[in-house]
Design a protein around this ligand. Sequence first.
Ligand code: NAI
Length: 462
Amino acid sequence: MSSYDVIIIGSGPGGYVSAIRCAQLGLKTACVEGRDTLGGTCLNVGCIPSKALLHATHMLHEAEHNFAQMGLKGKSPSVDWKQMLSYKQSTIDTNTKGIEFLFKKNKIDWLKGWATIPEVGKVKVGDEVHEAKNIVIATGSEPASLPGIDVDEQVIVTSTGALSVNKVPNKMVVIGAGVIGLELGSVYARLGAEVTVVEYLDAITPGMDGEIQKNFMRILKKQGINFVLGAAVQSAEKSKAKATVSYKLRKDDSEHQLDADLVLVATGRKPFHDGLGLDKLGVKLTDRGQVAVNDQWQTSVEGIYAIGDVIEGPMLAHKAEDEGMAAAEVIAGKHGHVNYGVIPGVIYTHPEVSNVGVTEEQLKKEGRAYKVGKFSFMGNARAKAVFAGEGFVKLLADKDTDRILGAHIIGPGAGDLIHEICVAMEFGASAEDLAMTCHAHPTYSEAVREAALACGDGPIHM
Ligand code: NAI
């Protein structure tokens, strides 16, 4: 039996980051992982492989649509799907091996297998029981399917299957216009598939700023993606290599069907904590099946913590990482903190979409006095030079104090641009602070400054 200060269960971005921080803080640390490789959903079947496919297919899109105009003539590249999948796999391998290296460097033991917690202070992996003064549950989430749909990961797939299909589909139906549906729908649309997204609500990307939702959908439609909104999917029936998706339009209850050779079920994810034995231990869950924690990530049982997708909050790798580091600080007797008001969200389509803080709809609902500063990428020289003038930066600031309350970006590099606003918000900055900060020319980030200027006396280039 080995003894540890901390055993972390799960090696996704929450778990492995927490393990590294625990080790850095001098705690004897182990991390349990049942997969053959470290990194969890994000590195193995989520964020990283999807970004590889998004990058490759974006290059194809550029070659097909913009090369000739730049004087780059000749045949567009053809798609070698097997090679694209192998490129994707090599991206996964480099990253998962990188974490193995970091574990060795930080002297973290990888306990290989699936963990159970037989009693407080003990973690069982295979036949071995290990002692742990503290346990961190970082077991993540799994796709939530719909009743009436049997996922076979061949024809009817979750994001996991969608990342390794045998061939590019001709027709694809995506159920759910959330982040996963739109990212993976984009990949296959760029590869030539006819993609239809069926969404229950009347807008795509639930919870996002309304103006972004509308513009984002318009841009995706222009890219050839079809949308059916206000449609509740009832079933997806597989017959051989095809499937039929049945849905009801909410406005009139009329029934419709769509045929496809690939159906992606992207209707959300649910916390995963099966097999840990939480019932027996008395670890409390929320009504939505998440592990309940206090503001120090402690569960209802002393010595057991939980972080990431398995607890409340947005299911985002970086939110899990922050919680992982903060929980490690708490365990080490220090102060752990996560500012939940400043967690960015990014959709890695083209253009990218990002957000932080509140939406305009939330401000209206709360009856708060606010001002909006907006700037279109059409006024940004760098964006126009690279055919990326579509989209805008929208900054929301308090009407009286000018303090930045939120930002919503659709456009080139949106996923990176959002972070200067995150930093500004962390420091309680005003829109004027951002506007008075020199931004290099020509960069996309000038659009952020212009949006900040638009909160005051007005932008220059519009
Ligand atoms: P989601 O919650 O973002 O979207 C699911 C969508 O499915 C919703 O719009 C919902 O209205 C719709 N839906 C549900 N039932 C339906 C039905 N019967 N018929 C039609 N539509 C239906 O979930 P998604 O996209 O599966 O992502 C899961 C989680 O993973 C999210 O929390 C997301 O933030 C995270 N994620 C984040 C990424 C990123 O940060 N870039 C990438 C991938 C996932």
